[in-house]
Design a protein around this ligand. Structure first.
Ligand SMILES: [Zn+2]
Ligand SMILES: [Zn+2]
Length: 219
């Protein structure tokens, strides 16, 4: 009875567009999410996936796959998860990321990109950790964000690398591990690279990354 009343007063809504529907992300929103252009290097979004040299600057990150372009419903889904606290969105977003795991070479540990404790205390959750769990993975806290940084989306180019210098520190337990780093959004790739660099400094042997969406593609 109570449930029926709730259904009338608070019908389920798409948490992305607000339309009344049965899912966290309605079919229209789901269909509008644009996958990564086929054949494009997912590390940089510029070159060909087989022979890209544009992302040679990412010397520590060995592998990266992203599910969608960060635009339209994909962008709104991430922003509504993070800033509107619609944590229920982690499940459908994680579901869209899960097929990426079919291609990933073997790994020993899963590490969500950490957020600084000061931001964590305000937000109350790390969206990357939620997405890792939604993919059925068990994250390990082997990486720490030791420096608060400005959001990468607010700054450009070279500033991003400077912003992230020394931002992460890896625990020594990562030594010898093949690590899969999980994040919600990849912008230039410099956050993933900074995580990979910290992990390799601690002795990790291989670093791959998976993220839901990437902001820049040249095609
Ligand atoms: Zn919708
Ligand atoms: Zn590339």
């Amino acid at each position: 009875m109570l449930h029926a009343l709730e259904q009338i007063l608070l019908p389920p809504r798409c948490l992305v567009c607000g339309s009344i529907g049965q899912e966290e992300i309605c079919n229209d929103c789901m269909e509008s999410i644009v996958p990564v252009p086929e054949g494009t290097c997912p590390k940089c979004g510029i070159g060909d996936i087989r022979s890209c040299t544009e992302c040679d600057w990412m010397g520590s990150l060995d592998w990266l796959r992203v599910a969608a372009r960060y635009e339209g419903a994909a962008g709104r889904a991430v922003r509504n998860l993070k800033f509107q606290r619609h944590l229920e969105l982690a499940s459908p977003i994680g579901k869209m990321m899960k097929p990426l795991l079919a291609d990933v070479p073997e790994f020993d540990a899963v590490i969500p990109v950490p957020i600084h404790w000061a931001r964590l205390s305000v937000r109350g959750f790390n969206q990357a950790a939620l997405l890792a769990r939604a993919m059925g993975l068990a994250p390990l806290p082997l990486l720490v964000r030791v420096k608060p940084t400005r959001p990468q989306t607010q700054i450009s180019g070279r500033e991003r690398l400077v912003n992230l210098e020394q931002a992460f520190r890896s625990r020594s337990e990562a030594r010898g591990f093949r690590v899969l780093v999980v994040d919600d959004v990849v912008t230039s790739g410099s956050t993933m690279e900074a995580c990979a660099s910290a992990l390799k400094s601690a002795g990790a042997s291989w670093i791959g990354g998976v993220a839901f969406a990437k902001t820049q593609f040249h095609t």
